[in-house]
Design a protein around this ligand. Structure first.
Ligand SMILES: [Ca+2]
Ligand SMILES: [Ca+2]
Length: 172
């Protein structure tokens, strides 16, 4: 799971990654202790909080998921978590929390999350249909908190080629 804070302007950014041991089990509410640097290992959960070009080579930490929700499209729609991270396994700690929710514009077909549907959505829509994971994980502003469900134009629970015809109808 990855949450990124990438402001449109300014130098500051944060990147937060959390994963359960073995990367097999979806994260749920609870505390994950003795986490090592993302992606963890088969026995240890993984985490990595970095920002402004600073990060740990190795780390030991703990993170607590207070609330997490995902959409049928495997997008994180809500996250409330706290973390403590010790770079290079040393005593000084980075402590913080993240409270995140997708921006639900409710505008069907609005692929670039700017509130309206027009030709500027075409490239983003095609990216989502071709590779939904890439679209969801896109580092490009403003997609990180876009509500992906608005690209399921025909409301069948999937974002795929079957949404193409109704999408282009929206643009007419
Ligand atoms: Ca748009
Ligand atoms: Ca669909």
């Amino acid at each position: 799971m990855r949450v990124a804070y990438l402001p449109r302007f300014g130098p500051s950014y944060w990147n937060l990654e959390f994963v359960s041991a073995g990367s097999k089990t979806p994260l749920k509410a609870g505390t994950y202790s003795n986490a090592i640097r993302f992606p963890g290992s088969g026995q240890q959960s993984g985490m990595d909080v970095s920002g402004d070009s600073r990060s740990c080579n190795n780390l030991l930490g703990t993170f607590t998921i207070n609330a997490i929700e995902t959409s049928p499209y495997n997008q994180i729609t809500k996250l409330n978590a706290a973390f403590e991270q010790h770079c290079e396994n040393k005593t000084p700690a980075l402590r913080g929390s993240v409270d995140f929710a997708v921006h639900k514009t409710g505008v069907v077909g609005n692929a670039n999350c700017d509130g309206i549907v027009n030709y500027l959505d075409i490239d983003y829509f095609e990216s989502a249909v071709t590779n939904p994971a890439d679209y969801i994980n896109s580092a490009a502003w403003p997609l990180n908190n876009c509500d992906v469900s608005q690209l399921d134009i025909n409301k069948d629970g999937k974002i795929d080629a079957n949404d193409r015809a109704p999408f282009y109808t929206l643009l007419q």
